[in-house]
Design a protein around this ligand. Structure first.
Ligand code: PMP
Length: 461
């Protein structure tokens, strides 16, 4: 494909970036000698950088976000029309796209009822935590205020979101943390903590949550937050049996089940929401990245009517409402883009495509496993897949960070952008992540896994 753009003075852009931009998630020293990568344009599954090089983007904008692909003019059109009509109004007022998207979203989430708008995944999770805390104060004299989170899960970058982050090394330099968050064990069977398998393993991992509840005192625990498929902590779908047991435990101890769909939400796992793969009914669901595929910044904290009702009773009490605001939750571009994004997923049958293409990724990775002993485990759900790399299949010793990054780098040389799990957490940073846009074709998938095949050959020989 030819480069679809021209940039005036690319060198000046690169130097401005080098001099003044602080990039996310990266050590800056290498940029003193290596140019930072600047992405200029995208169409479908492909992006072009400022040097004119074309890449297949197998990580949907770096962080599992651009679910419907790049260059969607129809989303740009509705966002433009909305911005000209009304860009913003915050506080207690609503907007037309806000009302229409909430209705469309709830239609996809049986059992849920209310949509609270914010801007980022971290912020949506903070809203959920505040709801759980306020309910503890309203109903239980403040006692049932603890929130459980799971080892390896990630819920965001703000201090309380980090306080509920199960990747300890990632958090290490940002304490002291918000009190009242308590960790439960991860559920990755490949790195088993119990000598069981399949459904029995899943149930045991859920029982470990109950043990923590009993240790802490059930009357002190108000909520638990879980990713439906752990993302940055290793692409971990829970084993069979896990979720049903989690739901039972939450009901038994009157604990609110909060599901973080920031990555899995809006199609990524082949259902509208990740939790819908497992037949559970959460009380609170948060979402961000795929909600508008990155065409506007929007996140949502969605609750049941029962949760919402708790903030509506005692209406004469001036303190009895959710005393929270998000300024840019009032940006009308977000729900306008989100509504169009959802229409595209529906009209183009992208959930079905996600299931078919996800199965193809898993098949291709299994085939690579026969060829490359460095692949220790392959797992995923829909177009959210991972290949865990190990130095030794028998001991499962994680492949070292340098070689994991070398695999990512070799793919990049071939024009394929893939991801790897969180670099800053030793022992968790060895899983390659594949999460292309939900529009991926069989050909795209094969190109991506072919690049991994070549990269593994180069790095491991
Ligand atoms: N939850 C999960 C599961 C995430 O992966 C992330 C971001 N990677 C967040 C929350 C935080 O979202 P944001 O970066 O938009 O604050």
């Amino acid at each position: 494909m030819t480069v679809p753009f021209q940039v005036n003075d690319p060198r000046a852009v690169i130097e401005a970036d080098r001099a003044h931009v602080w990039h996310h998630l990266v050590q800056h020293k290498p940029f003193e000698t290596v140019d930072p990568r600047i992405i200029v344009e995208g169409k479908g599954l492909r992006v072009w950088d400022i040097t004119g090089k074309e890449h297949i983007d197998a990580v949907s904008g770096g962080v599992w976000t651009v679910n419907v692909g790049y260059g969607r003019e129809r989303i740009a059109d509705v966002v433009r029309d909305q911005l000209v009509k009304l860009n913003f109004f915050a506080g207690a007022s609503g907007s037309i796209p806000g009302a229409r998207f909430a209705e469309a979203l709830i239609d996809k989430m049986p059992g849920m009822s209310r949509v609270y708008y914010a801007n980022s995944g971290s912020e949506a999770n903070e809203k959920g935590y505040k709801m759980i805390r306020q309910i503890a104060h309203k109903r239980y004299g403040g006692k049932k205020h603890k929130i459980l989170f799971r080892e390896r899960d990630y819920h965001g970058t703000t201090i309380s979101a980090l306080s509920s982050g199960g990747q300890q090394e990632r958090n290490a330099q940002y304490g002291p943390f918000t009190p009242g968050f308590v960790e439960v064990p991860h559920c990755l069977e490949y790195r088993a903590q119990w000598d069981l398998s399949g459904e029995a393993y899943g149930e045991r991992a859920a029982d470990a949550i109950e043990e923590v509840i009993l240790r802490e005192g059930a009357d002190t625990v108000g909520g638990i937050v879980l990713e439906p498929v752990t993302a940055g902590g290793g692409v971990i779908p829970a084993p069979e049996g896990y979720w049903q047991r989690v739901q039972e435990i939450c009901r038994k101890y009157d604990i609110l089940l909060m599901i973080d769909e920031v990555v899995c939400g809006v199609g990524r796992t082949g259902t509208w929401f990740g939790y819908q793969n497992y037949g559970i009914q959460p009380d609170i669901v948060t979402m961000a990245k795929g909600v508008a595929s990155g065409y506007a910044a929007i996140s949502c904290c969605v609750t049941t009517e029962a949760v919402f009702d708790m903030f509506k009773d005692d209406a004469d009490d001036p303190l009895n409402y959710f005393r929270d605001i998000s300024t840019f939750g009032g940006c009308a571009a977000g729900p306008a883009a989100a509504l169009e994004n959802m229409a595209i997923i529906e009209e183009e049958g992208l959930l079905e495509n996600t299931n078919a293409m996800g199965a193809r990724v898993i098949d291709n990775l299994h085939a690579l496993m026969d060829k490359h002993a460095v692949i220790g485990d392959v797992r995923g759900k829909g177009l959210f897949c991972g290949a865990e790399l190990v130095a030794d299949r028998a001991t499962k010793e994680p492949l070292d960070e340098k070689r994991v990054q070398a695999v990512v780098g070799e793919c990049m040389k071939q024009g394929v952008i893939i991801g790897a799990t969180n670099r800053s957490v030793p022992g968790y940073n060895n899983t390659l992540c594949l999460s292309p846009a939900l529009i991926a074709t069989p050909d795209d998938i094969d190109q991506i896994t072919d690049a991994i095949d070549k990269a593994l050959t180069t790095v491991m020989s």
